[in-house]
Unconditional design. Structure first.
Length: 598
């Protein structure tokens, strides 16, 4: 329980202070419940034997204030007061529930934003280990589970427990033995139910989360790779993956929901048995009706109120167990974020603190130095990069070649700041880039083979991440011209306002590459890293892209990973990598064996 509460409040963060006013509301609402039930006994006593009403001191004082002398008038006034209290109680209960729901859903909204920041900030090796489906499930699924089944359920649990305690306290002043018997009956029913279903509910919560993640993963793969899937005729395979997870989700969820409704019928049966038994005992003992009926009336009304409360308490505890897996996952991710934030040199945290709508000024530099860097991926024992050094002068074009696994992509990820070498550093004019990572990244553009294109217009893809009102149209036009994209834009039906579809499906591979080049010009990037950007293009398309590159080759610093000689022909220096090391370097002409290396 201690570990559970620690995680509960850790995820809640500084918003835990807002629980105090909510608890105050619970108490006020419970007082109205108490007042309404407490007035039942005097009302029944007055109906049966009006003269007994004088035994209630509070009523005598209240009658004197109002000047009520007639018994019938007193009966009407008391009845109206009871009706008013119950309506007021109903309104207050609605208001309290509304506050609970709003508090919980606001926390869910904050958690979603917090997790989005966390996943953007976590190191790149974290994303290598985690698949996108699990991150989507955490952001959309686990936050909802925590909000509805943990936070909301716990607040309703607290609210109903306050009501139950106060009602039992009132009943104790009426008949202590009967109150203890009722409390024992309710507790016994719940403990029996809890012993049977506790473990099942926890397993069900984990099963539902896993099934939901599987659905997301299956849909993402089945739709994302639709072209290849259709060509190979494997639609049924991915359909069945989603189907299996969906069936598991439905089965586990239905079992869990069925278990949740059991307490309602158990509590109803137990309470009815108690009230009937109390009545039978009173009859057998031949108690005076004037004394028995008010007590039975109060216990009867209290029972009607306690049944939903007991059911809500049981349901809340079940929900909290059900969502414990989701809470554990949220806690783990948020705890990892805290560790990242404690590192003052964290690239990603610095990125998040930057206003990306503001285009930064250029960073003037003379050279970029890769100085004795080594990197080893977590969980491995072999260096992906081993004691590597090179110097890149401003305006140079550098080519990187080597077979798969030679370290080219790892080197690029280190240059991009996504990975931090365990040894050595990347320096710009003698200053490590990690001293001011945001400043370094503000002059770097990255163009992979599969360019990231958002499902929006060409204009928004070029401006990339800038709001419409902040887009500089002159810069967009200039970027299109430099990237040789003008002809493509002119023949599109809506020009710059043409929507390119998800992942740029309405554009060819070469057009997507040129959009990426235009993007780098718009954002004034001085260092352009091309990671096999032309590898999947045909000769004619590659020619257009290479022509676009040649147009600014001396103006920009280029780092190109490629397999085609035509792309590397004009590079100033070509480095051949193998086993995470540089094994050869030179100009295109001087490396006579290059044909055998690519």
């Amino acid at each position: 329980m201690r570990d559970y509460l620690h995680k509960y409040f850790y995820i809640l963060g500084d918003k835990r202070k807002r629980l105090i006013p909510l608890v105050g509301l619970f108490l006020l609402s419970s007082m109205l419940d108490l007042l309404g039930i407490g007035l039942i006994a005097p009302f029944i006593a007055m109906v049966i034997t009006p003269e007994t009403l004088s035994e209630y001191t509070l009523w005598t004082s209240f009658r004197s204030i109002l000047g009520i002398t007639d018994v019938h008038n007193g009966l009407i006034v008391l009845g109206l007061i009871i009706v008013f209290v119950f309506y007021l109680k109903g309104f207050s209960a609605y208001w309290v529930q509304k506050k609970i729901v709003r508090f919980a859903l606001n926390r869910q909204s904050e958690l979603i934003c917090r997790l989005m920041s966390a996943y953007q900030a976590l190191p790149y090796h974290f994303h290598i280990k985690r698949n996108t489906a699990s991150l989507i499930q955490a952001t959309s699924g686990h936050t909802g589970n925590y909000s509805h089944h943990t936070l909301m359920a716990s607040l309703r649990l607290l609210s109903e427990m306050v009501v139950v305690i106060m009602i039992l306290g009132l009943l104790a002043t009426t008949n202590f033995v009967a109150m203890l018997t009722m409390a024992f009956v309710l507790a016994s029913v719940y403990l029996l139910y809890d012993k049977v279903v506790k473990h099942r509910i926890q397993i069900a919560g984990q099963g539902v989360a896993k099934a939901s993640e599987g659905i997301i993963k299956g849909v993402s793969q089945g739709i994302g790779g639709l072209k290849e899937i259709r060509v190979f005729g494997r639609e049924l395979y991915f359909h069945n993956k989603v189907k299996d997870c969906a069936v598991d989700f439905a089965d586990i969820s239905s079992q869990c929901q069925a278990l949740k409704v059991i307490p309602r019928y158990l509590f109803e049966s137990a309470i009815i048995t108690f009230v009937v038994g109390l009545s039978i005992i009173a009859i057998l003992m031949k108690e005076d009706g004037a004394n028995v009926f008010p007590v039975l009336g109060m216990f009867g009304v209290a029972s009607i109120r306690l049944i939903p409360s007991a059911n809500q308490i049981s349901g809340s505890l079940t929900s909290m167990r059900f969502s414990s897996y989701a809470m554990n996952e949220l806690y783990a991710d948020l705890n990892e974020l805290r560790e990242i934030e404690s590192n003052p040199l964290s690239l990603d945290i610095q990125c998040l603190k930057t206003n990306h709508n503001i285009v930064k000024t250029d960073l003037n530099f003379a050279k970029i130095e890769v100085k004795n860097i080594s990197y080893q991926y977590p969980g491995t024992e072999i260096d992906a990069i081993s004691n590597m050094s090179m110097c890149i002068k401003h305006g140079q074009s550098i080519g990187l070649i080597g077979k798969s696994g030679s370290g080219k992509t790892t080197l690029v990820n280190i240059l991009l700041g996504l990975l931090e070498p365990q040894q050595g550093a990347i320096q710009v004019d003698g200053v490590p880039i990690r001293n001011d990572l945001r400043k370094w990244l503000d002059i770097v553009a990255y163009i992979p083979q599969d360019v990231f294109i958002i499902d929006d217009t060409i204009r928004k893809n070029i401006a990339f991440g800038i709001d419409n009102e902040d887009i500089d149209e002159k810069k967009v036009v200039r970027s299109i011209e430099v990237a040789q994209l003008k002809e493509v834009v002119n023949r599109l039906p809506a020009g710059l306002e043409t929507y390119v579809g998800e992942r740029g499906v309405r554009l060819s591979g070469g057009e997507r590459q040129r959009v990426a080049l235009a993007r780098s010009f718009y954002h004034k990037r001085e260092v352009i890293i091309m990671d096999e950007a032309t590898a999947a293009l045909d000769d004619e398309t590659q020619k257009h892209v290479v022509e676009a590159i040649d147009g600014f080759r001396s103006q920009k610093t280029m780092i190109i990973i490629a397999h085609r000689l035509s792309t590397l022909r004009d590079c100033d220096v070509i480095y051949k990598l193998d086993g995470g090391r540089i094994i050869d370097s030179g100009s295109f002409q001087s490396m006579g064996e290059i044909h055998h290396l690519i």
